[in-house]
Design a protein around this ligand. Structure first.
Ligand code: TMP
Length: 211
């Protein structure tokens, strides 16, 4: 018997409610604050919520996070595959089981980060990076993706500690931002929010779209 939770089916237990939400944006865009506040809001009304972050969220994911963010240098494709590998682990072991128990999953980043950062800003190609991720995820894909859009000049100084990728600089972050806007234009799952709004207003809007 496999020790892995099955990838399918991917149940959404409440009609019309998107339970797997992802927050996206450039470095310093405020995703983590919004993810935590959103989880608090849902819990306050009695819902069960699992918050995950990428890279991370599993033992493998946290180990890979260190490799990805603290290594001196990594080949761009090695970087893309490591992100995809930790993500498959998270999807199978944490996200799919939580969804099948009827919990919300709020993810601080998802594979749209890889499409934007590795696919576009690193220049590996958005479609190739999408594919290597979707192979590992099966149908464990977010229902809605919210991009917190903030100009890099405003967002970058907000980072607590710039990691290897966060330290790439403003032109790199501009590419990331363009990639997110292009993803939103092509995919109705992706909603762009003005990241300079108050956290409470962002949460209202997210809940309006998701429920
Ligand atoms: P964080 O600052 O949101 O924790 O993300 C860590 C860094 O990793 C950030 O600079 C964005 C980057 N990243 C990618 O380049 N590709 C990915 O797929 C993910 C999830 C993050």
């Amino acid at each position: 018997m496999s020790i892995l939770a099955p990838l399918s089916p991917r149940p959404v237990t409440v009609a019309g409610v998107s339970r797997y939400l992802a927050l996206e944006g450039g470095d310093g865009s405020g995703k983590t604050t919004v993810a935590d506040a959103l989880a608090g809001r849902l819990r306050a009304r009695g819902d069960e919520v699992v918050v995950v972050r990428e890279p991370g969220g599993t033992a493998l994911g946290e180990a890979v996070r260190e490799l990805l963010l603290d290594s001196e240098i990594l080949d761009d494709w090695a970087e893309a595959f490591l992100f995809a590998a930790q993500r498959a682990e998270l999807a199978r072991r944490v996200v799919a089981p939580a969804l099948s128990e009827g919990k919300w999953v709020i993810s601080d980043r998802t594979y749209y980060s890889s499409i934007a950062y590795q696919g576009r800003a690193r220049g590996l190609g958005e479609e190739a990076v999408r594919q290597i991720n979707e192979i590992g995820l099966g149908d464990v894909l977010p229902d809605q993706v919210f991009v917190l859009d903030v100009a890099p000049e405003t967002a970058m100084p907000r980072q607590h500690r710039a990691d290897r990728i966060g330290a790439e600089g403003i032109p790199f972050q501009e590419e990331v931002r363009k990639a997110y806007l292009a993803l939103a234009a092509a995919d109705e799952k992706v909603v762009v929010l003005d990241g300079s709004q108050r956290v409470e207003d962002l949460i209202e809007r997210i809940l309006e779209v998701a429920t």
